[in-house]
Ligand binder design. Structure first.
Ligand code: CA2
Length: 157
């Protein structure tokens, strides 16, 4: 949904499987920040920018698909780290393409510096863009990029 006079954008942040373990396990790869801390950063960045940010994490592909469907007509944009589903899920890609909500894909790690199976993303071809490799900052950079895109689209319509 585009922002109209007096209305602001609303962004849904989606986190895929195992991201609930952030800060608790494998800090060498994914850092020490927890998912709740990332969500708090995004909500407060949203407040500064006048954008409503809501966050959802699931370890289940279908739950993520349902959340994408529920966003239809309600959210202006989606910021997604689909975790391992990035590399496997045609269902999440189809859901994002189906609702046609502008989407930015983010990753904590640089997926192109890692194993070959992480180099392919099913989401990238239907996303506005992708930010990968900046740790928790990937989310903040992705949020700013998404808001920038929405503002540009709004001013051209
Ligand atoms: O770098 C990313 O953000 C990833 O989306 C993270 C996924 C991985 O499968 C993708 O290839 C790249 C894995 C998330 C797992 O998160 C954990 C966090 C702490 C401990 C264990 C797993």
């Amino acid at each position: 949904m585009n922002a109209e006079a007096g209305q602001s954008f609303s962004i849904l942040v989606l986190h895929g499987p195992n991201l609930n373990l952030l800060g608790l396990r494998e800090p060498d790869i994914y850092g020490r920040i927890t998912l709740e801390e990332i969500n708090a950063q995004l909500r407060s960045e949203g407040e500064v920018l006048g954008v409503n940010v809501s966050c959802f994490q699931s370890n289940h592909e279908g739950a993520l698909v349902d959340a994408i469907h529920a966003a239809w007509g309600k959210e202006s944009g989606i910021l997604i780290n689909a975790g391992a589903y990035t590399h496997t899920s045609v269902a999440i890609r189809d859901a994002l393409a189906g609702v046609a909500i502008p989407t930015v894909e983010v990753h904590l790690s640089n997926i192109y510096k890692r194993e070959d199976f992480r180099h392919h993303s099913y989401i990238a071809p239907i996303a506005i863009g992708q930010i990968s490799g900046f740790g928790a900052a990937s989310y903040r950079l992705g949020l700013i990029a998404l808001i920038h895109y929405l503002q540009q689209s709004d001013s051209n319509s």
